[in-house]
Design a protein around this ligand. Sequence first.
Ligand code: SAH
Length: 270
Amino acid sequence: MSTTTSAAMATPQATATVRPLGILAALPQELGDLIDAMRAESGVHTVTHGRRDYHVGSVRGTPCVVTLARVGKVAAAATASALIHAFDVEAIVFTGVAGGVSRDVHVGDIVVASTLLQHDIDASPLFPRFEVPLLGMSRFSTDTALAERLAAACERFVAEEGAACAARFGTREPRVHRGLIVSGDQFVASAAAVGALRDALPDALAVEMEGAALAQVCYEYGVPCAVVRTISDTADDHAPTSFMSFLTEIAGTYSNAILARFLDAPRGAG
Ligand code: SAH
């Protein structure tokens, strides 16, 4: 908790019946202009909790708590837990970049998770590889309606701005994919490593470092979540340079465009 403001006191629930949406990313570039947009629309009330800043306000009429998890599964799990317990969020959306794993997923494409799995969890032979011990699960589902609404926002963005984005950034025309995203505490950056992931998990579309941890926490607390990832690299030997240039030049553009359309869509609508 910050010394001046208790997160519980700052919870919008205390003053209004609408519970906020949690919006989460790992790195600042992945949030685009979201916090500035909130500042312009409603003003921002910032609460420091567990060494993270939670920005409370509204964006496009939706009460939101926006924060950065930083990188990795522990960071994502801790931040998701705080969003649930200290800010009483109704749902959580994660926006960010990822490495493409499927050969069909290219830099500039967008992947919306239907399920997520921790590719580095392995308590075999005691438990099957990828299973979270004692929970008996390896794949965690996102919320169907939320993922549908997020994917529809991505499709609208691609239809309206995809060609212009491709020309501007020198990528292929973006496509939207839906399916399995895998997460682990490694930046995957070699042909061998991404090939091993492809072999072990043939339906994996993309790899990143946070989503499956968020999905596990949300499953455990019964909070709906969704994850959208723009492909910054293909998790091979070119990944470090591709990731860095995508992150600095493109990630914010995608995030702004997708979140605007997502927040403008009526709730429950695809
Ligand atoms: N602090 C560093 C490292 C970021 S790690 C930096 O800013 O340069 C990469 C981040 O992007 C993670 O949050 C992860 O979720 C995502 N990501 C993108 N490409 C990835 C890949 N090939 N493997 C794993 N994570 C990837």
